[in-house]
Design a protein around this ligand. Structure first.
Ligand code: 5AD
Ligand code: FES
Length: 355
C-alpha cells in the first residue's frame, strides 16, 4: 500500500466493510508501525490530577455545569508519590492530565514539573487543557517535554457547536498547537470518532490534518455518551443525513487508528482507554496490532479514579496502579511485543529536531 493515502482511498477505507480487505489495512498499518517505530510498546503513567473544569464541552462529564460530580484536586505529595510509582514500574513518562482547572496555578504546576524532573528521570507530558501562552512557556522552561491537546474535529461548525465559548472566550486549539510547537514541546493532538454530527468527510479531513500538522503524538478514540452532558440529547446535536454519520464503534476506531498510522508513520499513537472501554477483553491488544505503539496505564490513586468520569463505565476505574501495571505488561507480552525502555520520544519529533 502506498502512503500517504489520497482522499478517495481514505474515504473508501472508512466505508469498507469486507473483512478480507480490512485485514489488508490492519496488516499495512502493523507493518508501517514496525518499520518506523519498531516493536516496543512505551508505557505512559497517567496521573489524573484534578477533575475541576471551567469549560462547557458538550460531550465531557467533567464540564463545569455537571453538579453530579464530586470534584477533587490532588496534592503535590500525592502527585510525586504517583511519579515514584511510575519509576518503580519502569515507565519512562508520566502524563499529568486534568480538566481545565485554574486552581492548578501556573506556579503550582511549574513546581510539580520541577520536582518530577529533579527527583526522577521521567519525561513529563502535560494534558491540562487550553492554557495561556505564558503558562505553556513557563512549564516548558521548567522542563515539561510534551503537551497533548486534541482538536477533537476539524469541522469548525461541529467544533463550535460542542465547545461553547466561556466568558466570551472562544477556543482556538490550532493556534495553541502552533504555539506548543514553537516552544519546543513534542506536540500531541487527536480526535473523537463518531461525535454526533461528524461525517465521513469530516473524518477524512481529520486524517489529512494529522499529516499537515506534522504531529508527534496522535490520540484517537470512540465518542462515548455521557448522560449528564448536552450531547446525550439528540436535540442538541448537529443534524446530518444518517448515511453521513460516522458510527462511534470499535471497528471504526480501528480503521481510524490504522489510517492514522499510515498518514503519520513516525508518530506515537496510543491504544486508548476509550477503546478498551468498548472492548475490555481485546481492545488494547487489537489497537496495538492495528497501528498503535503506546499504552497509558492509570496511576491515579484509587479514591479519585471514579471521579475522573469523562464518560461512563471507563476501563480501569476499579483497578489500582499495581493492577493496571501487571495487566498491561501481560497484555503486551501476550501479543509478542516488548515494553519499551527509556523515554520513548516520538520518532517524528526526533527527526524534526535533526533537521
Ligand atoms: N467520549 C469519548 N472521549 C471523550 N473525551 C472527553 N469526553 C469524551 C467522551 N464522552 C476525550 C476528548 C478529550 C480527551 C481527554 O478525552 O477527546 O480531549
Ligand atoms: Fe487497568 Fe488492565 S490496564 S486493569
Amino acid at each position: 500500500m502506498k502512503t500517504p493515502l489520497d482522499r478517495p482511498e481514505i474515504l473508501a477505507w472508512l466505508r469498507e466493510s469486507d473483512s478480507n480487505r480490512l485485514a489488508e489495512l490492519w496488516q499495512a498499518a502493523d507493518q508501517t508501525r514496525q518499520r518506523h517505530v519498531g516493536g516496543e510498546v512505551h508505557l505512559r503513567g497517567l496521573i489524573e490530577l484534578s477533575n475541576y473544569c471551567v469549560r462547557l464541552c458538550g460531550y465531557c462529564g467533567l464540564r463545569a455545569p455537571n453538579r453530579q460530580l464530586e470534584r477533587y484536586r490532588m496534592t503535590e505529595e500525592e502527585v510525586i508519590e504517583c511519579a515514584r510509582k511510575a519509576v518503580q514500574f519502569g515507565y519512562g513518562t508520566v502524563v499529568l492530565q486534568s480538566g481545565e482547572d485554574p486552581g492548578l496555578t501556573c506556579d503550582g504546576v511549574e513546581k510539580l514539573i520541577r520536582r518530577i524532573k529533579a527527583e526522577t528521570p521521567l519525561a513529563v507530558t502535560l494534558s491540562l487543557g487550553e492554557r495561556d501562552d505564558d503558562e505553556l512557556a513557563a512549564w516548558r522552561a521548567a522542563g515539561a517535554d510534551r503537551y497533548l491537546l486534541r482538536f477533537e474535529t476539524s469541522n469548525r461548525r461541529l467544533y463550535e457547536a460542542i465547545h461553547p465559548p466561556r466568558n466570551g472566550k472562544t477556543s482556538d486549539r490550532p493556534a495553541i498547537l502552533r504555539k506548543l510547537r514553537e516552544l519546543g514541546y513534542e506536540v500531541g493532538s487527536g480526535i473523537m470518532i463518531g461525535i454526533p454530527g461528524q461525517t465521513y468527510d469530516d473524518l477524512a479531513d481529520d486524517l489529512e490534518r494529522f499529516a499537515e500538522l506534522d504531529l508527534d503524538m496522535i490520540g484517537v478514540g470512540p465518542y462515548l455518551v455521557h448522560p449528564e452532558t448536552p450531547l446525550a440529547n439528540p436535540e442538541n446535536c448537529l443534524s446530518i443525513p444518517e448515511e453521513e454519520q460516522v458510527p462511534p464503534t470499535e471497528l471504526m476506531t480501528y480503521k481510524v487508528l490504522a489510517l492514522t498510522r499510515l498518514q503519520c508513520p513516525r508518530a506515537n499513537i496510543p491504544a486508548t482507554t476509550a477503546l478498551a472501554t468498548l472492548n475490555i477483553a481485546r481492545g488494547r491488544e487489537l489497537g496495538l496490532e492495528r497501528g498503535a505503539n503506546i499504552v497509558m496505564p492509570n496511576l491515579t490513586p484509587s479514591k479519585y479514579r471514579m471521579m475522573y468520569e469523562i464518560y461512563p463505565a471507563k476501563a480501569c476505574v476499579r483497578e489500582t496502579a499495581e493492577q493496571c501495571h501487571a495487566c498491561l505488561a501481560g497484555r503486551i507480552a501476550s501479543i509478542g511485543r516488548q515494553v519499551g525502555a527509556g523515554r520513548g520520544d516520538s520518532r517524528n519529533f526526533e527527526r524534526r529536531m535533526e533537521k
